[in-house]
Design a protein around this ligand. Structure first.
Ligand SMILES: *Cc1c(COP(=O)(O)O)cnc(C)c1O
Length: 362
């Protein structure tokens, strides 16, 4: 495809071209069924195969050990901000949150609606330019859970490694970096992620949850917001977002064909290194937002000398086929989101545009 944009959107975000083309081939008629996948029952054999294949691929690619359920839920990661405390924060206990940026803040706000919270550590005073060090974390030994945001999509910071919270369940929002690198799932009690950054289109959120945490909540919780509802029905309690799950299964196949989580990490490190080097070698023309040790592999955030120059950067980049480089409205600056599906060619093109723009404006 000749005129595909250099897509740096933060989410929904770039999908692999091969995946779009494969889905297009099957769009009108799926598996000789006389109809598209979107037109058939979620209780039929054809859809069920797609559904359980997506789950099996996630289990394989993340090496999810026995004893975990993989759920497909709607409502985005934002609904998980509420479902987690509704289901797991029992009265008399406290949930500890690490305040790393915009998304962690939203998760905390929601938890406060349902129970007691504490801040295990915060980098707010440093404008969320870094992830607090693991040794700083403070929480009760009987805390309901510790919640972390593995990648702060807006600030462009990422946990390089995760704390060992022992018997306290560790919960991670991995919406913007799931499968960008291998992780040890057994360290976590719950991992959740909206699909629209690294796994597919919007519409489905995956929740990987340790089975011993799936209980009947002690306070009344709406049926659709209970983990046991979705776990007991293999995420088929009600109509799932069938097309989004199908697209996710195709993205997962693509990840598998491209070396799995380790293959993604190698690609992502190469892309991120190119961009961070361009920033670091610009003699201060481009200024990285995140502190070096907390830099994200997924969202590269940077600023220019002033807002006017940033606007010019965005405008000229758009004229040259780049999309999505404006920073989030809450923090400003510039951001290149380089999720799994963003090809290295897009990043090389951006680096060369950055060099060009600098020489014309310094
Ligand atoms: C995008 C994002 C969310 C919100 O996801 P929705 O699916 O829009 O609710 C939550 N957390 C992180 C880290 C994100 O990047």
């Amino acid at each position: 495809m000749a005129n595909r944009a250099y897509n740096f959107n933060a989410g929904p975000a770039a999908l692999p071209l091969e995946v779009l083309q494969r889905a297009q081939e099957k769009f009108v008629e799926f598996e000789n069924s006389g109809m598209s996948l979107m037109e058939m029952s979620h209780r039929g054999a054809i859809y069920e195969k797609v559904h359980f294949e997506a789950e099996a691929l996630l289990r394989e690619l993340l090496s999810i050990p026995d004893g975990y359920k993989v759920l497909f839920i709607q409502g985005g990661a934002s609904t998980q901000f509420a479902m987690i405390p509704m289901n797991l924060l029992r009265s008399g206990t406290k949930a500890a949150y690490v305040a790393t940026g915009s998304w962690a803040t939203k998760a905390i706000k929601e938890a406060k609606l349902f129970g007691e919270t504490s801040i295990a550590a915060s980098s707010e005073a440093a404008a969320y330019k870094h992830i607090p060090s693991i040794s700083e974390l403070k929480y009760d030994s009987d805390a309901a859970y510790v919640h972390v945001t593995s990648n702060e999509t807006i600030e462009g910071t990422q946990w390089a490694e995760f704390p060992d919270t022992g018997s306290v369940p560790l919960i991670a929002d991995m919406s913007s970096d799931i499968l960008c690198r291998p992780i040890d799932v057994s360290k976590f009690a719950v991992i959740y992620a909206g699909a629209q950054k690294n796994l597919g289109p919007s519409g489905v959120t995956i929740v990987i949850i340790r089975e011993d945490l799936i209980n009947k909540p002690t306070t009344p919780v709406p049926t659709m917001l209970r983990y046991d509802t979705h776990a007991d029905a293999d995420s088929l309690y009600n109509t799932p977002p069938t097309f989004a799950i199908y697209m996710m299964s195709e993205v997962l196949k693509w990840i598998k064909e491209n070396g799995g989580a380790a293959g993604m990490e190698a690609r992502n490190r190469e892309k991120a290194n190119l961009l961070y080097e361009a920033i670091d070698n610009s003699n201060g023309f481009y200024r990285g937002f995140a502190e070096i040790g907390s830099r994200s592999l997924m969202n590269v955030t940077f600023t220019l000398a002033n807002e006017e120059l940033e606007k010019k950067f965005v405008k000229e980049s758009e004229a040259q086929g780049f999309v999505g480089l404006k920073g989030h409205r809450s923090v400003g600056g510039l951001r290149a989101s380089i999720y799994n599906a963003v090809p290295i060619e897009s990043v090389s093109a951006l680096v060369s545009f950055m060099g060009d723009f600098q020489s014309r404006n310094s």
